[in-house]
Design a protein around this ligand. Sequence first.
Ligand code: NAD
Length: 421
Amino acid sequence: MNNPFQNAMKQLDNAADIINLDKNIRVILEQPDRVIEVAIPVKMDGGEVKVFTGYRSQYNNALGVYKGGIRYHPGVTIDEVKALSFWMMIKCATVNIPMGGGKGGVIINPKELSIGEIERLSRGYIQKIWPNIGSDKDVPAPDVYTTPQIMAWMRDEYEKLVGHEDPGVITGKPLEDGGSEGRSFSTAQGGVYCIRELAKKMKLNPAETTVAIQGYGNAGSYMAKILYKMGYKIVAISDSKGGVYNADGINPQKADAIKEAGGMLGCYCLGSVCTLEQVPGDGTCRGITNEELLELDVDILIPAALENQITIENVDKIKAKAIVELANGPTTPEADEILRSKGIILVPDVLANAGGVTVSYFEWDQNVKGEHWTEDDVLEKLEKIMVTAFNEVWDTKEKYNIDMRTAAFVKAVERVSAKMT
Ligand code: NAD
């Protein structure tokens, strides 16, 4: 596997070459402004102290305060955190919100910790990084395995340390703790606005447009529900246990009922919880694997689960006309190249899933202004930002005759560099 920071720098080089970026700006953008590494002592339930390593990378704040989530994962590395903070800079600049790029991470398997240990770890992380964050400096948020509850503990710890209220120090908080309306489905909603614009460009009519969604969690399940309401034909969905294909279309409410009752998605065809053996293996409605889902002949494929799903191994079998990356990094750089050469339209993660960070920005904005916006206000503002960004990236793609991912990077680097000169 390539080093993620090296991949990020290749993307920067591509964009910089296209716009002939000033070499003095280029060298500054080749590294984060600051990377903080901290040792976090945590008293475990058994009484002993364990020390965990945490990072916060502050990539660039030319457009606004550093912004980006905190990840709890055993695989966190300094290069991953640096790359993710670079991509946050690109994401915020692609949708033109006044936020910079940041990211944090702690090397930890949260599944091995009790709730109390996670609370002490979260407070301990803030005790180490607090002088470098704040609503006017750097605003963290949730990421992999970090939750609204963890954000609430972090805000509380930060406010104790600085001695005053600062709800905008962190976003992704519970609603009752200063969170924003609409945050729970904002990533999916932002992706839906992109699909609506894409459908206009590709002259797709929702009722005749087939969609497959890999990953039925927060992002993917909201996506399915919103697209279904708009009349799109969802023909396949999946989660970590496998998926279901139905040529006649899937009703997400019915899929939810099966999942809530503890059934696999494949049981959808039978309408009730079933065993693996009972899931039909062929026919109009049948169980499918995640690999099969990716290779379906659909109009729009939406990876909404994990990174590195479309790879050199399966890219030649991808039949979708368009791919909308709701997940972060679902396509490897090698596969990306092949999709580009085959002319498959790909709406990149930095645009397609930017609805999440956009509503995080709204949360921060409401907190610093002491306001609370309604869900309608939030959606109206989100729609405006996403539609504008989609069309700017599309126009940049046409102008330079490049793919949409490179176009998003070009647009973002142009914006950041304009503020640095
Ligand atoms: P989640 O944990 O709620 O859901 C993930 C889903 O993927 C689950 O249904 C899980 O069963 C499924 N899954 C796990 N392994 C799988 C596999 N091998 N094949 C198919 N499905 C599998 O996570 P989420 O918040 O929905 O995030 C999904 C992706 O979207 C991630 O890449 C995340 O970084 C990205 N994203 C999410 C947000 C957000 O606001 N939630 C914002 C930006 C980007």
